[in-house]
Design a binder for this molecule. Structure first.
Ligand SMILES: *Cc1c(COP(=O)(O)O)cnc(C)c1O
Length: 352
């Protein structure tokens, strides 16, 4: 079904599906596996590489020479887009949300440093104007004789969502080959394309794997709505007619904490536990929050010992470094000087 849709190879696939025996034993719950989408190979890896394989094929088809997108100041999405664009010989303009217009920190760190190294044209705007500014920029660029291609935040478009429809078939063949029966796939949910793709992929492949998304950004009703809409538009793109029930969309928002990008003790504990038991680094904004949620759900007895859970490592580890101050303090059980980062902006506005 996906074979007919143009795609550019940007990710090293399949990514490994690894067992996490020490973490499973430590938590005493279900059998835990990790799908290493942090090793997709584009820039520092991550889930956006799968989406970009389809999105950038469209951009190329439209003969774009400038990619325009936007997101938060320390955005993993922007890093992967910039890397893909440069690899395909296109320019990239990143419209990022900052604490104020033109925000330019004295130290470049994490993804912001990577955006700079990749030679992106970075425009920092205050609060909620990403989409408007991006559209205006596209018009200007067109007048200058260029062909811009705008990608909405997170690549959570029908084309981008195909990346995770495809990931389900990858997981199922790996599970089959290793004789594993997967009961749950767990992911961090932000702009929702990953979870929407996973749910749709399982439906298309007639698998009864349940997808569990831990929201890092928005409250559940909004997330549910966005997922349902995206599944519908992606189904149309694929010309499939499947019945998605509201029960198929399982989102937990209890672990949002104080909001997007705000670090907590639970997140730091999750990052440390996964590193100590499995030698794998997860990130402070997405996978750390989702893992903290998963750990709590395991402690609350949500899963049986016989069940198997695949946690998608969606990447984002470059963000560990700009969070080093609170991470170090929390590991030493000290009060961190901040939990809300200096580049923080009111997150809700990103996706409203
Ligand atoms: C973008 C991102 C997610 C969330 O994926 P969505 O498809 O936007 O929901 C999860 N983890 C990391 C590291 C990300 O960068």
């Amino acid at each position: 079904m996906l074979e007919k849709i143009p795609r550019i190879q940007l990710a090293n696939l399949p990514t490994a599906l690894e067992e996490m025996p020490s973490l499973s034993e430590r938590l005493g719950g279900p059998k835990l596996y990790i799908k290493r989408d942090d090793t997709t190979g584009l820039a520092f890896g991550g889930n956006k590489a799968r989406k970009l394989e389809f999105i950038m094929a469209q951009a190329k088809h439209e003969e774009a020479d400038v990619i325009v997108t936007g997101a938060g100041f320390q955005s993993n999405w922007c890093t992967q887009v910039a890397a893909a664009a440069r690899k395909l010989n296109m320019k990239v303009i990143l419209v990022k949300q900052g604490p104020r217009e033109g925000y330019d920190p004295s130290e470049y760190d994490g993804n912001h440093l990577l955006h700079f190294i990749l030679g992106s044209d970075v425009r920092v705007v205050a609060d909620r104007y990403i989409q408007d500014v991006s559209k205006r920029l596209c018009e200007e660029i067109r007048k200058e004789g260029h062909t811009p291609y705008f990608i909405p935040i997170g690549g959570s478009t029908p084309l981008g969502t195909l990346g995770y429809v495809n990931a389900v078939s990858e997981i199922l063949s790996q599970a089959d080959a290793s004789k594993i029966k997967v009961d749950y796939i767990v992911t961090a949910t932000g702009s929702v394309g990953t979870q929407a793709g996973l749910i749709l992929g399982a439906k298309i492949l007639d698998s009864n794997i349940k997808t569990l998304g831990f929201s890092v950004l928005l409250p559940r009703p909004l997330v549910n709505n966005q997922i349902m809409n995206l599944i519908k538009s992606t189904s149309e793109l694929l010309s499939v007619d499947l019945l998605i029930e509201p029960e198929d969309i399982v989102v937990q928002d209890e672990y949002l904490g104080e909001g997007y990008g705000i670090i907590s003790k639970e997140i730091v504990e999750a990052i440390r536990l996964v590193a100590e038991t499995e030698g794998i680094f997860i990130d402070p904004v997405y996978t750390g929050k989702a893992m903290a949620g998963l750990i709590d759900q395991i402690k609350k007895g949500r899963f049986t010992k016989k069940e198997t859970v695949v946690f998608i490592h969606t990447g984002g580890t470059a963000a560990l470094f700009p969070y080093r101050i609170p991470i170090k303090a929390m590991i030493e059980s000290k009060k961190p000087p901040w939990t809300k980062p200096p580049w923080y902006t009111r997150a809700l506005s990103i996706l409203e």
